[in-house]
Design a protein. Structure first.
Length: 632
């Protein structure tokens, strides 16, 4: 059977699945041009996840007086959810209902189809800001799009710069793809990651200085006339103004702030220009108060050396809007910023939460505030999930979900241009998101035919709208979506070094460096190598909950290797064990993100800031968090 990994990961691996004696076996599809026959460590463990004894088998409903769950039949659970939906809409209005979904499952149907019901009901919808929003807005300011180059074009390149991304952990196939084509690999990062250790050059900058480092490099390129003059003349808007702006940048100041010596800044600029490097812009460093500015600055560098779209960030392969069905809505949509969920609950604007493909009570910041808001404000919570997650524990009704091995769907990638087929291998437990949507629509007495389309019919129509054939897709399990001729979507129709779009939002037309200082140590919370945000913690039973701290910071605080420590700030406190590492710079500590509180007793999001970057789409600012650490 053809399968595709639906996790929130760049690679979106094509898989060959087989059931033997009731057991699932998986391997990478050897024919796929990007993921080519091997699975990452997480993918290799998918059968363990699929067969987990912890999977929910029957719906659960909370016994309110006893504050515990009881198993019920599907009809009873669906009726309870449908009745509460109708009651909430009648008493508080449709916008008091919020559907909270995210990319825990990236199947086109399983992600989008449930939204049809909530569009039909005219409920509030989520305005996604947790992941890559600031960078999306920043790239639109410069290029008019966040869609970068096709990674298959790497075969024609000499150099790739991994800027703020640990690709060896989070984009393994992409990393191996670059290696296959003998690209030189550089890394710009705050932490000496596995990717940095496996690359030819590493520029370890201080946190929050990405924008300044990029502007310093740009200054050297421009003032030494290393840029592609013909390309800039034909494709860039505001180059002369940008040149004047760069005159204000002092390289000695850049060196002092970033921690990179002036000679190495110049070395980067000269070699990068000569090799016409492309840049894979990571998501982590844009999750900060200055993240949007940093991405704007970094994204200018490929254009200087003559690349039309010389960055990797996102890949909008196909139009999936038909699956979502926003055409069913009869009044304007109210969007709730994802990072402001607690605030909207506290203000009484949300009375019903329907959650699927997400675990917000592990993944959202400032968990103490969020959990208190849900408990204290009479919010009815429904969660549809495979496991009894932290979010499920705060729910009134929990509906068992199935896995992508148990249903029909397709998935595209935000890294490459291939769409892959997902065929059901078998059925064990639970129901898909689309099945539950149809059941809820029926229980509410809704007769609209768009709420009852089959999964295969939705997939067929989505593919046809994109000029693709389901018949062709079924032949080998994947198809490539060829890129159309691309134009810059900016007001000028060019790459805007002087951004008119940014100016309209009250920002500087040029990317700015704004020093960020906090009290204590800056907390970074990247993804751990065997999890994807909160996924897989309960399945693989191996995590890394340690606090990583620089030896000098540890010495000042009297902390030694394996000491128990308390990490605290204004949002909360947690206890863990310290690991001392030179890979982490002074002034910074690391806790890996979003482990299950139910299993660990805490996670880093009891410490993270829920501030948002309003002018960059209310984007998250997880990494603009400071903590203090003391030995217990």
């Amino acid at each position: 059977m053809f399968s595709v990994c639906m996790r929130d990961c760049y690679d979106t691996c094509a898989i060959i699945s087989e059931l033997r004696d009731g057991k699932l076996f998986v391997k990478g599809n050897p024919d796929h041009p990007i993921t080519r026959g091997f699975l990452c460590p997480k993918g290799a463990l998918l059968p363990k996840w699929f067969h987990s004894e912890e999977r929910l088998k029957k719906p659960l409903m909370r016994e309110m007086l006893k504050d515990k769950f009881k198993e019920v039949e599907w009809d009873e659970a669906i009726k309870a959810v449908a009745d509460k939906l109708k009651e909430t809409i009648e008493n508080y209005g449709s916008e008091s209902v919020l559907v909270y979904n995210y990319a825990g499952d990236r199947g086109v149907v399983n992600y989008a189809f449930p939204l049809r019901l909530f569009h039909y009901l005219n409920t509030a919808m989520l305005d996604y800001g947790i992941c890559d929003r600031a960078g999306q807005e920043a790239l639109k300011d410069v290029y008019g799009t966040a869609v970068g180059m096709d990674p298959e074009d790497l075969k024609n390149q000499k150099l790739i710069v991994y800027w703020g991304i640990n690709a060896f952990w989070t984009n393994l196939h992409g990393f191996m793809f670059a290696k296959k084509y003998n690209l030189e690999k550089w890394v710009v990062d705050v932490v000496k990651t596995e990717t940095a250790k496996k690359s030819e050059k590493f520029f370890q900058i201080r946190p929050n200085t990405d924008a300044l480092f990029a502007l310093g490099i740009a200054k050297v390129i421009v003032e030494n006339e290393l840029y592609d003059k013909d390309f800039v003349r034909e494709n860039v808007y505001g180059f002369e103004e940008f040149t004047e702006y760069l005159k204000k940048i002092n390289l000695d100041f850049v060196s002092e702030e970033t921690g990179i010596g002036r000679k190495r800044i110049e070395e980067f600029a000269f070699e990068y220009s000569e090799k016409r490097g492309v840049i894979h812009i990571g998501y982590g460093f844009q999750r900060s108060l200055n993240g949007g500015e940093a991405v704007r600055a970094v994204s200018i560098l490929p254009a200087l050396v003559g690349h039309k779209f010389g960055f990797i960030y996102d890949m909008k392969t196909i139009d999936k809007s038909y699956a979502e069905g926003a055409f069913l809505r009869t009044k304007p949509v109210k969007r709730v910023p994802q990072m402001k969920l607690a605030e909207y609950i506290e203000n009484g604007e949300i009375k019903f939460l329907y959650i699927y493909n997400a675990n917000p009570l592990a993944s959202l910041p400032n968990q103490n505030r969020l959990r208190s808001a849900i408990i204290e404000n009479d919010v009815f919570v429904v969660t549809h999930d495979i496991f009894l997650t932290d979010t499920a524990l705060y729910s009134h009704v929990v509906l068992p979900a199935n896995t992508f091995f148990e249903r029909f769907d397709i998935a595209d990638s935000y890294y490459h241009r291939y769409v892959a087929l997902n065929e059901p291998v078998t059925r064990l437990y639970g129901k898909s998101n689309s099945e539950v949507t149809r059941m809820l629509a029926k229980a509410m007495g809704i007769e609209n035919p768009y709420l009852y389309e089959s999964d295969e019919e939705v997939v067929r129509k989505v593919l046809e709208m994109n000029g693709l054939s389901l018949k062709e897709l079924k032949k080998k399990g994947f198809v490539k979506v060829e890129a159309k001729e691309r134009k810059y979507g900016t007001p000028s129709g060019k790459i805007e070094f002087y951004s008119q779009r940014a100016l309209k939002r009250g920002l500087s037309p040029f990317p700015e460096y704004k020093p960020l200082k906090g009290k204590g140590l800056q907390l970074l919370s990247p993804t751990w190598k065997l999890t994807i945000t909160s996924q897989y913690h309960n399945t693989y039973n191996i995590i890394d909950p340690h606090l990583y701290i620089n030896p000098r910071d540890a010495k000042v605080r009297g902390i030694k290797e394996n000491d128990e420590v308390e990490v605290f700030n204004e949002y909360g406190k947690i206890k863990t064990v310290a690991k001392i590492s030179e890979d982490v710079p002074e002034g910074v500590v690391i806790l890996y993100k979003a482990f299950w509180v139910r299993l660990l007793g805490w996670n880093v999001n009891f410490l993270t800031s829920d501030e948002t970057v309003e002018k960059y789409g209310n984007a998250s600012a997880f990494h603009s968090t400071w903590v203090e650490v003391k030995k217990v």
